[in-house]
Design a protein around this ligand. Structure first.
Ligand code: G3I
Length: 464
């Protein structure tokens, strides 16, 4: 369990979870210099961004995956994990049923395996999860109120002490709100016996136990603005106002056709970030295949990159074959650990460059990435970079949506058309539609703020 003194492959050691973002690229560059002892390593630094972890590290973020201890003996699983990811979450091994199956009797076998593997590779670790209504042994629900309070606080203390200094972020409380429009708290032994204050108490106990871990509230169906995310938002705002310790909010981001990536995903995560907490995408998976899946993944990554307080992304598993919903093929690697189009889209969106083959499967795809340009008192410029996937493309289309009363006054390097509201601009090429694999072109525009300085929302890139 010794901490590693060096970094590998863009990974940062987990000594200082609050380390400055600016230090990650520097650390990666220094590690390259030490490894090769020559200036060629500077070129290697750029090239190092051929993995998800290294590409994310270039902007100070982590790129993680859920890991199951029972697959750590499988070579394809382990080599993919070690090569591509720089943060792990134990998929089940840190949950209450795994760690305290009977009262006061703690079992850390699986959790230790995951943590030891991660640390041996210089990866960071997310802690998941301390207080949750699910995977909760029966004995917890049978306790009377005072005993339950003691047991909850003891469980938090024991787990956090076991991995003190080794976990960058803990999901202190998981899924405490109901689905649907009520915005109410979910019934659980904690809620029913201790009342809503159990959440606050759990966070206070967690802070007292490991003051250096970031403390997160984590939930699903909170990715867009809706009644459930509004309720979580109100709780976080209240916690910040009253000084209840909370550092981050996790957005699980399990997407499928019934629950696609919401149009207001960025707006929602940003409003949380604006409360003064980090946001993390904690359990990302997207049902589907091919270009559609790749484009959705790309838009999720671009959303995180557009939010300075979005500190990292975790996908919920390494390979489709071991996903909790494997029939949906929701992950970045197929059952043979081949890179899917979704993988290439994520890597490209992170600013990495595909090398080592795979990914496109021969189907044409593109990504659209926003960059803010110069701003003035009454207007600002924006640019969108269109990048082809692993196959050449001959045309592309994306949308730029501004927020009323904003208006786009000028565009360049593209052919715009407008919807009836004037808020959604569809942009097609103006002589710059043909792109070689991995090649890019850029179009731009000026937005008159009319008092609203928020950036536009960029749609997914489509090609034929
Ligand atoms: O390990 C046993 C095995 O011995 C037994 O033969 C088998 C028979 O069903 O079950 C195995 O345990 C299963 C475990 O996954 C490991 O595979 C449990 O039944 C199964 O319930 C458990 O599912 C997990 C689920 O949480 C439980 O709620 C999934 O792996 C895990 O991916 C999923 O993760 C949750 C997050 O923690 C919170 N957010 C939602 C997310 C997806 O549901």
């Amino acid at each position: 369990m010794n901490t590693h003194a060096h970094t590998t492959n863009g990974r940062a050691p987990d000594r200082s979870p609050r380390r400055s973002r600016l230090r990650a690229p520097l650390a990666a560059a220094l590690a390259g210099l030490v490894a090769t002892g020559s200036l060629i390593a500077l070129a290697g630094t750029a090239q190092a961004a051929s993995t998800l972890g290294a590409s994310a590290a270039a902007s100070g973020r982590y790129f993680g995956t859920a890991v199951a201890a029972n697959h750590l003996g499988e070579s394809g699983y382990v080599s993919t994990l070690n090569t591509e990811f720089n943060s792990v979450t134990a998929e089940n091994e840190m949950k209450w049923d795994a760690t305290e199956p009977s009262r006061g009797s703690f079992t850390f076998g699986g959790a230790d395996q995951v943590v030891n593997h991660a640390r041996g590779q210089g990866m960071r670790v997310r802690g998941h999860t301390l207080v949750w209504h699910s995977q909760l042994p029966n004995w917890v629900g049978q306790l009377a109120t005072a005993d339950l309070r003691t047991a909850m606080n003891n469980h938090i203390t024991q787990l956090m002490n076991r991995y003190k200094g080794q976990i960058h972020s803990w999901d202190v409380v998981n899924e405490a709100f109901q689905d649907g429009g009520s915005g109410a708290r979910r019934s659980s032994p904690f809620q029913d016996k201790l009342g809503a204050g159990f959440i606050e108490e759990a966070f206070r106990t967690a802070r007292a136990t490991d003051p250096n871990a970031k403390l997160c509230y984590n939930d699903y169906n909170t990715d867009g603005v809706n009644a459930k995310s509004n309720a979580v938002y109100a709780m976080v705002r209240d916690f910040k106002a009253r000084g209840v310790p909370i550092d981050c909010v996790g957005f699980q981001s399990h997407f499928n056709s019934q629950s696609p990536v919401p149009g207001d995903y960025q707006q929602n995560l940003q409003r949380f970030a604006d409360l003064g907490v980090d946001v993390q995408i904690t359990e990302l998976d997207i049902a589907g295949s091919g270009t559609a899946q790749a484009n959705s993944y790309s838009s999720v990554i671009r959303t995180c990159l557009a939010i300075s307080r979005c500190t990292g992304v975790t996908v919920w598993g390494v390979t489709d074959k071991y996903s909790w919903r494997s029939g949906d093929t929701p992950l970045l690697f197929d059952g043979n650990y081949a890179k899917k189009a979704a993988y290439t889209a994520v890597l490209t969106a992170l600013g990495g460059s595909p090398g080592g083959g795979g990914g496109g499967g021969g189907s044409a795809s593109c990504t659209a990435t926003y960059r803010a340009g110069t701003s003035w008192a009454d207007r600002f410029n924006g640019e969108v970079t269109i990048t082809a996937g692993t196959t050449a493309i001959t045309t592309w289309t994306t949308t730029v949506t501004v927020r009323s009363p904003q208006k786009i006054s000028t565009t360049w390097n593209g052919t715009p058309t407008w919807d009836t509201t004037g808020n959604i601009m569809t942009m097609k090429p103006a002589g710059n539609g043909t792109l070689a694999p991995g090649a890019s072109t850029t179009f731009g525009f000026t937005i008159m703020t009319n008092g609203n300085t928020q950036p536009p929302t960029i749609g997914t890139c489509t090609t034929t």
